[in-house]
Design a protein around this ligand. Structure first.
Ligand code: MOS
Length: 733
C-alpha cells in the first residue's frame, strides 16, 4: 500500500518535535561507520564476482577531430588479453541526470582530450593496462579547437538574464560604487573513490555495481546508452566514496563495463585511473565574473550587477549556475544579471560541489567587502543592512531567513571586532595577520521521492529506497527519522539504500537528499502510524510511540499481531515550490596569516554559522559543514584545473598536482548550527546542508588576505605567486 503527499501548504505541526521520543535531532554516529572503518563496506569495484575480467580505457590524445583507425594487433597478442573493444558508445558523456538528452555524436568524433575511444579487456588489471598502452590510434586532428572561452561567441542564457530598473544610472548617481572583474579556475570533484563499475549480463538482464549518486536517473541513462529496456537493468550503489557531482550522471566506465559484459558474456570490471577521472569525467567550468554594486552614503544598495561567462562543450545543456543566489541575496532595486556560455573543447562541464554558488558567492562577497571599505562601515553591518524582506526580483516571501542570525551568532563565536576596517594592522615576523568574513547562501532543492517502510513483528523496521549515501549520512538520518516516528531506536531500524530494485528517489545531489528522501520516509511512517492509530481507535495526531510502545500501553508487537506492516511513501513538492524563495543561509569568519616575502597564505581558524531548517543530526550535519568549509579553503587558495593552451590537455590530473586541502591546510573549524523549522521547505521542516558550507567561504579567506597584508586579489585561487604580485610594495612597518 502506498501513501502520497503532494506538498501545497507549509507543514506547521510540531509532530516530529512533540509526538515522539527525541531520536531525531540528536547527535548519532553513522550507522554504517563500523563497516566503513573495518573495510567491510563494499565499494563498487570490491564485489567478489567470480570470473570477472578487467577493462582499461584507452583515451584520445587530441582535442578535436576524428578517430581514423585503431590498431589493436599488438595488444591482442599480449598475455591475458581477451579483447579490444571499439564502440562509439564508449564516448557516452556523463550527463547531469538528463537521461536521453545527452548529446549524440558521430561514432568516431573526438570532442575533448581524454575522451574514451577503446576498451582493452584482459584477465588481470595489469595485463589490460600494459596492453592498453600498446593500442595505437590514428586521428584526423582538427587543429585550432577553441580552448579559451573569451575567444568564441557567447550564448546568452536568457532564463538567467534579469534587467530591473537602470543599473548604469544607479552607478552614476551612487555615493559609493564597486565595479570589479573576477576569475575563477575550473575545479575537479576529486572524490577519493575513483569511478568504477562491475557489469554482469545474463543474456537478458544487466546488473551493474557502480559508484553513482542518482540511480533513478542513472538507470535511464544506462538503458538509453545501451538500447535496453529499463526493466532489464539493475544498478547497485550501496556505498559511494564521495561524488561531489562527478557521479551524478552515469559515466564512461559504467557504460564501458556494460558494453564489454554484453559482448563477452563475462562479468567485467572497469576502474578509471586517477588521471582518467580528472581527464574525462567532468569539470567545473572556469568563470569570469563582473560585479557592480551601487550604494548610498550609508551603504544601502541601490544597484546590483552580476554578469558571468562560463563554458561547456558544444551541445551540452549544463551551464554553471553562477548567479543562483545573487538573484535574491541582497536588495538593490536596479539590477542587471546575465549569464553567458562559451563552447570550448575541454571535457564536459557539470555540477561540482555546490554548482553555481561555490564560485559565484566568493566573487560577490569580495565585492561586498570592497564596498564596506568604501562606505567605511563594518562588513557584517553592510550585509545586515541589505537583507531584503522579500525576494528582490520575484517578490516572493522567503520560506525562512537566517542570514542575520548567522551573521550575528557567527561573529560572536569568532570574536569579530566590529567597525570599519583597515589592512596591515598586525604583523608577527614575516607574517601579516588579518580577518575576513562573508555570507553564505545555497538555494534549497527538493524532489519527488519514494521509500518503503516496513514495521516487523520482531520490533524492528526496514527502510528501503534507491536513495544513495555518498558519505553524507543518509543511512543514519533515515534510521533516526523512521525510529523517531515509529517509537524505535535507530539501531532497530535497518536502512537499505542504493539499489534500483527499491522504491525510487532522487538520489544524492544539490543537497536535496535529506529533505527529499527524508520526506518520503516521513510519508510512509505517517501512513504506518495512521494504521496503528486506527487499530487503537485513536487519532494519529495523538499517537505517541516510545520504546516500542504506544502511549496507550500496547506494544508494537501486540498491535502488529505477528504480521508485517508496510507502507510506501511517495513525496512530491507541490504548489508550494512556486510560493516561496527557499534557501539555506550562513556566515563565514576567517583568520589568516600571509607571508610578506613568499605570499603564502595559511588559514589559522575559521567559523561557519549555518541555518538550513531542522537539524536532523548535529553530528553528521557538522561533518557536512566542515567538509564544505574545507572545500572553500581549496577554492580560495589551491584548487585550479590547468589546461595546456597548445593542445588543451589537462596538465594537473592527480591529487598531487591538483591540490585539495589536506589536514595540514585545515585548522580547527568551528561550526555553529542555527536551529529553525522551515515547514515550507519540506514536510520534515528541513533543508539541505551538504553544499551550503562552501558557498562563499572562499571570500572570507580572500577578505582576510586583504585585511592582513593589503593585497586585494581578483583571481581565485589566491596562490602565492598571485598574492606576491598583489602585495603593496611599501610596508607600513
Ligand atoms: Mo552535487 S555537485 O549536485 O553532487
Amino acid at each position: 500500500m502506498s501513501a502520497h503527499l503532494k506538498q501545497d501548504e507549509p507543514e506547521n505541526s510540531n509532530r516530529l518535535d512533540d509526538m515522539c521520543q527525541g531520536v531525531l535531532g540528536k547527535a548519532h554516529p553513522r550507522v554504517e561507520g563500523l563497516a566503513k572503518v573495518t573495510g567491510t563496506a563494499p565499494y563498487a569495484a570490491e564485489y567478489p564476482i567470480e570470473g570477472c575480467v578487467e577493462g582499461v580505457l584507452v583515451t584520445a590524445t587530441i582535442t578535436r577531430g576524428e578517430v581514423l583507425a585503431i590498431d589493436k594487433e599488438a595488444a591482442l597478442t599480449m598475455p591475458g588479453v581477451i579483447s579490444v573493444i571499439e564502440d562509439s558508445r564508449l564516448a557516452t558523456r556523463a550527463a547531469q541526470g538528463t537521461a536521453g538528452e545527452a548529446p549524440r555524436q558521430k561514432p568516431t568524433q573526438v570532442c575533448y582530450w581524454g575522451q574514451p575511444v577503446a576498451l582493452v579487456i584482459a584477465e588481470t588489471f595489469e595485463q589490460a593496462r600494459d596492453a592498453a598502452a600498446q593500442v595505437t590510434v590514428e586521428y584526423r586532428n582538427e587543429e585550432g579547437a577553441p580552448l579559451d572561452p573569451h575567444s568564441v561567441e557567447r550564448e546568452e542564457q536568457e532564463g538567467e538574464t534579469v534587467t530591473q530598473g537602470d543599473l548604469a544610472h544607479a552607478m552614476s548617481e551612487a555615493d559609493h560604487t564597486v565595479d570589479a572583474t573576477f576569475t575563477t579556475k575550473g575545479h575537479a570533484s576529486a572524490a577519493m573513490e575513483p569511478h568504477a563499475a562491475i557489469a554482469q549480463w545474463d543474456g537478458t538482464d544487466l546488473t551493474v555495481h557502480a559508484s553513482l549518486q542518482m540511480l533513478n536517473y542513472n538507470i535511464s541513462e544506462l538503458a538509453d546508452a545501451l538500447d535496453l529496456d529499463e526493466d532489464n537493468v539493475r544498478i547497485v550503489s550501496r556505498f559511494v566514496g564521495g561524488g561531489f557531482g562527478s557521479k551524478l550522471g552515469v559515466s564512461q566506465e559504467t557504460v564501458a563495463a556494460a558494453i564489454a559484459a554484453m559482448e563477452l558474456g563475462r562479468p567485467v570490471r572497469v576502474v578509471m585511473t586517477r588521471q582518467q577521472v580528472f581527464q574525462c569525467v567532468m569539470r567545473r567550468s572556469e568563470t569570469t565574473q563582473r560585479l557592480r554594486l551601487a550604494a548610498d552614503a550609508d551603504g544601502q544598495l541601490t544597484g546590483f550587477g552580476h554578469e558571468a561567462l562560463v563554458s561547456n562543450l558544444p551541445g551540452e545543456d549544463f551551464v554553471e549556475p553562477v548567479l543562483q543566489s545573487s538573484h535574491f541575496l541582497y536588495a538593490g532595486e536596479n539590477r542587471t544579471l546575465r549569464l553567458d556560455a562559451a563552447r570550448i573543447h575541454r571535457m564536459t562541464a557539470g555540477s561540482v560541489r555546490a554548482p553555481g554558488e561555490a564560485v559565484g558567492m566568493p566573487t560577490l562577497e569580495v565585492a561586498m567587502d570592497m564596498l564596506a571599505e568604501k562606505v567605511g562601515i563594518d562588513p557584517v553591518e553592510l550585509r545586515l543592512k541589505n537583507i531584503p524582506d522579500k525576494d528582490p526580483e520575484e517578490g516572493l516571501p522567503f520560506s525562512s531567513h537566517t542570514l542575520a542570525d548567522c551573521l550575528k551568532k557567527g561573529a560572536e563565536a569568532f570574536g569579530w571586532e566590529a567597525g570599519a576596517r583597515r589592512p596591515r594592522l598586525r604583523r608577527e615576523g614575516e607574517w601579516w595577520i588579518g580577518t575576513g568574513m562573508a555570507s553564505a547562501a545555497r538555494v534549497h532543492n527538493i524532489s519527488e521521492a519514494k521509500a518503503r517502510v516496513t514495521l516487523k513483528p520482531d520490533g524492528t523496521a526496514l527502510v528501503e529506497t534507491d536513495m544513495t549515501d555518498i558519505g553524507t549520512g543518509t543511512y543514519t538520518i533515515l534510521a533516526q527519522l523512521a525510529g523517531e516516528m515509529l517509537g524505535l531506536n535507530p539501531e532497530q531500524v535497518l536502512v537499505e539504500l542504493g539499489d534500483t530494485d527499491y522504491p525510487r528517489g532522487p538520489g544524492s545531489g544539490g543537497s536535496w537528499g535529506a529533505p527529499s528522501a527524508g520526506s518520503a520516509v516521513y510519508v510512509a511512517c505517517r501512513a504506518i502510524r495512521e494504521e496503528l492509530a486506527k487499530r487503537l481507535a485513536i487519532d494519529e495526531g495523538t499517537l505517541a510511540l516510545t520504546n516500542g510502545k504506544a502511549s496507550t500501553g500496547e506494544s508494537l508487537s501486540t498491535l502488529l499481531d505477528g504480521e508485517e506492516l508496510a507502507r510506501e511513501g511517495h513525496y512530491e513538492p507541490g504548489a508550494i515550490k512556486d510560493d516561496y524563495t527557499a534557501s539555506g543561509f550562513g556566515a563565514f569568519f576567517a583568520e589568516v596569516r600571509v607571508n610578506h616575502f613568499t605570499g603564502e597564505t595559511r588559514v589559522d581558524r575559521m567559523v561557519g554559522a549555518f541555518g538550513f531548517g531542522r537539524v536532523l543530526n548535529p553530528m553528521t550535519a557538522r561533518s557536512q559543514c566542515i567538509g564544505g568549509i574545507t572545500w572553500s579553503i581549496g577554492v580560495a587558495l589551491t584548487e585550479a584545473l590547468e589546461f595546456d593552451p597548445r593542445d588543451g590537455h589537462l596538465a594537473n590530473c592527480d591529487l598531487a598536482e591538483y591540490h585539495v586541502p589536506v589536514n595540514r591546510d585545515v585548522p580547527d573549524l568551528e561550526v555553529v548550527l542555527i536551529e529553525e523549522r522551515d515547514g515550507a521547505a519540506s514536510p520534515i521542516q528541513a533543508k539541505g546542508i551538504g553544499e551550503l558550507g562552501m558557498c562563499g567561504g572562499a571570500a572570507a579567506i580572500a577578505n582576510a588576505i586583504y585585511n592582513a597584508c593589503g593585497a586585494r586579489l581578483f583571481d581565485f585561487p589566491m596562490t602565492p605567486d598571485r598574492v606576491i604580485r598583489a602585495m603593496p610594495a611599501k610596508s607600513n612597518r
